[in-house]
Ligand binder design. Sequence first.
Ligand code: ADP
Ligand code: MG
Length: 240
Amino acid sequence: MISFQQVDKHYGEFHVLKNIELEIDQGEVVVVIGPSGSGKSTLLRCINRLEAITSGSLTVNQVQVNDSKTDINKLRRDIGMVFQHFNLYPHMKVIDNITLAPMKVLGISKSEAQQTAMYYLEKVGIEDKADRFPSQLSGGQQQRVAIARGLAMKPQIMLFDEPTSALDPEMVGEVLDVMKTLATEGMTMVVVTHEMGFAKEVADRVVFMDKGEIQEVAHPHEFFSNPREERARLFLNRVL
Ligand code: ADP
Ligand code: MG
């Protein structure tokens, strides 16, 4: 479903992604880990073309992401993204945050969009917060709104960039639980996280990045019990 072949990316002189090779199947949950600055966010952001690659081939459902003929809006409709800092619209109620894109982008009627929004709010466990503003919610609740907002577009792929890193520790679990449910239901997910417990429990594969390179791709059981690469070993010693 997502295919990186010999992908390189530079920020000016800086070589941020180096010869990335990665194939992600439909329904797979891939967790990307690695030190800060290793290129994890950049890798994720290339998938929905928030960043352009410099060379190589990157396809989503066989469509070249960086081809000028590619319908970027269609591509992004199929790919939901959840960020560290939620990025909700502060001046809009929770329900309006969720209905905005389905109405504007998909042309769905207000009543249908609201129905869909309530379905996903219920799914993430905060249907009672529909008429609140984001600032009236806890961080964990805001992040669950952000996930519901992503899901309301009925995407084929969900990207998560450190979705729990900005949360107080007691709220991390409620967000990870929502993500676990999504994974169980077969959503294709690429998740950048420092939550090693989540990686162990939920990932089909773990991708370890360092200095712009994929150093190791392995099943979590294998990776956490016996990482092949020295740098992965050092990283795990620091974070576990
Ligand atoms: P990670 O998510 O693993 O911390 P990033 O993908 O955010 O890593 O960044 C990788 C490297 O690229 C870092 O050294 C960062 O400073 C650099 N970088 C990220 N975004 C930009 C940008 N827009 N312009 C220049 N350098 C960038
Ligand atoms: Mg990052």
